[in-house]
Ligand binder design. Structure first.
Ligand SMILES: Cc1cc2nc3c(=O)[nH]c(=O)nc-3n(C[C@H](O)[C@H](O)[C@H](O)COP(=O)(O)OP(=O)(O)OC[C@H]3O[C@@H](n4cnc5c(N)ncnc54)[C@H](O)[C@@H]3O)c2cc1C
Length: 465
């Protein structure tokens, strides 16, 4: 379906549509120009703290201020109030994927091959427990964070995949996992999507404003004794019984470190063969009123994702923004040599994504875009993630490779890392993310060529979900 057909179908000019759905405001236009995510616009007063300007020592030094780094700082400093924890962030907390994602708070991890029923149950318990933990943290510290937990949908785009989802739901129910199968009639009560034949609904899932969550946690971490240095990129890691981290104006000597740099980790010389950074684009509408959401066809669901190779997903914030990502090759971008500077092909990406969205919600084509941004996420060859410890001195901890499921898993990573450090990690052993190995991806230039050939010849994207 092309743009013209959609415009004709809606019988509205762009100006008429904007008058009905609202024009982007001046502030929203600024956010678009600055590649600022919708989530970050809800932290307008946040200022990055000062950089490290001296040589210091630490028991644990965490590199990266996203969900992985901040959750590690949170759990570790609670478990060990007497130990010195330092967090070093290249730019500002939540600058990476954690503050730039699609907001979907999802169960499961990807890349699990031939799981046993115990593994399936174990993963669900781990991730649904992590969702509960995120919400407990928000409540315990009374953080001003937008979230919703009214369930996400995995929608099925063929009769065959809908039938398979129905059977899968029954299997999961037998394991005590409370997902529901919705046929098209039941689905329409939550959201009216075209071209969909059924859906799996998980009532425990939802949506989170990651930038708000991380930035609201900053004072809690400081209160727990964590030293946070923003605008402090780690330039070099020298391993040893004491690990030395070099930064532009200072140095940290730490007994242990955490690589919490996800898509950027290769730049530090780690996981270069395992992880490649993929840029991904997202857009969002201005807040829509309940009537506007209903006119669009969106009723009670927090979010949906589809089952197509070029996965697309959409979520709705408590403020009424509709967020949309994926759905086209143009919405993903891999740059030569693991480059992570934001590519500027966002116009093409957003146009393609709007068409995909309109295939599900035809009226969405009329709704002006008020926010759009790009984020970098880490993909592994098998789409699996890993949380563990490595190095000759067993003092280099890490958590990465979450693909499109890091909102929950990266928040769990900090707990898992703290448990591994404590030797209290029984409950995680045997789960697919615990100390998982990664399949090697060819190095450059073969990696870049392989990505281009695969996406251009097959028209497919590396699936993120
Ligand atoms: C567009 C997009 C949409 C997504 N949608 C979803 C979704 O809907 N649901 C879901 O579950 N997951 C989603 N994800 C994935 C999820 O956001 C990530 O898996 C998760 O945020 C990873 O968290 P992290 O802390 O490991 O990494 P990041 O959030 O990327 O944090 C890494 C941090 O390290 C810093 N850093 C990098 N290098 C250095 C250095 N040398 N020194 C110091 N600091 C450094 C960076 O500035 C950054 O702040 C999405 C990701 C993207 C990009």
């Amino acid at each position: 379906m092309n743009l013209l057909t959609l415009a004709e179908k809606s019988m509205l000019t762009a100006a008429q549509a904007a008058a009905i759905w609202g024009y982007p405001t001046r502030l929203e236009k600024m956010a678009i120009d600055e590649n600022r995510s919708l989530w970050a616009t809800y932290t307008p007063d946040y200022q990055a703290g000062p950089p490290l300007r001296q040589s210091i020592t630490a028991d644990l030094a965490i590199i990266g201020g996203g969900f992985t780094g901040v959750s590690t700082a949170y759990h570790f400093s609670r478990r060990y109030p007497e130990k010195k924890v330092v967090l070093l962030e290249a730019k500002s907390l939540a600058n990476g994927a954690s503050g730039r994602n699609g907001g979907m708070m999802l169960n499961w991890v990807y890349g699990v091959e031939h799981p046993t029923p115990e593994t399936i149950k174990g993963i669900y318990e781990a991730t649904s427990g992590a969702i509960a933990m995120i919400l407990d943290i928000i409540r315990e510290h009374q953080l001003a964070v937008s979230y919703r937990q009214d369930g996400c949908l995995e929608v099925k785009t063929t009769p065959e995949s809908a039938e398979a989802a129905h059977a899968e739901t029954e299997m999961l129910n037998q394991l005590g996992i409370p997902v529901q199968y919705l046929d098209t009639a039941a689905l329409r009560g939550k959201i009216e999507l075209d071209n969909v034949y059924g859906a799996m609904f998980d009532p425990s899932e939802g949506q989170l404003n990651g930038a708000q969550f991380i930035r609201a946690l900053r004072p809690v971490l400081v209160e727990q004794g964590v030293e946070i240095y923003e605008q402090t990129p780690v330039l070099k890691v020298k391993e040893g019984a004491e690990v030395v981290l070099t930064t532009p104006q200072g140095e940290v000597k730490a007994k242990a470190i955490v690589l919490a740099t996800n898509g950027y980790t290769g730049k530090l010389g780690y996981f270069r063969k395992a992880i490649f950074p993929l840029h991904s684009h997202v857009f969002a509408t201005a807040p829509l009123s309940a009537e506007q959401q209903a006119a669009l066809g969106w009723h009670s669901a927090a979010a949906y994702a589809d089952d197509v190779n070029r996965i697309s997903y959409s979520s709705r914030t408590p403020e009424g923004h509709i967020v949309f990502g994926g759905g086209s090759n143009a919405s993903y971008d891999y740059r030569f040599n693991n480059g992570t500077a934001y590519p500027n092909r966002i116009d093409r990406a957003v146009q393609a994504m709007q068409q995909t969205m309109a295939g599900y919600l035809p009226k969405s084509q009329q709704v002006p875009i008020a926010h759009r941004w790009t984020g970098t996420l880490a993909i592994s060859f098998r789409r699996n993630c890993s949380v563990g410890v490595m190095g000759e001195n067993r003092n280099v901890y890490y958590g990465l490779g979450y693909s499109g499921h890091g909102v929950v898993m990266a928040n769990l990573a900090g707990k898992v890392i703290t448990d591994i450090y404590s030797g209290d990690d029984e409950q995680w052993r045997g789960l697919p993310f615990y100390q998982a190995s990664f399949a090697p991806i060819p190095l450059e230039p073969f990696r870049w060529m392989g990505y281009q050939l695969f996406t251009r010849l097959t028209g497919r994207s590396p699936r993120l979900g």
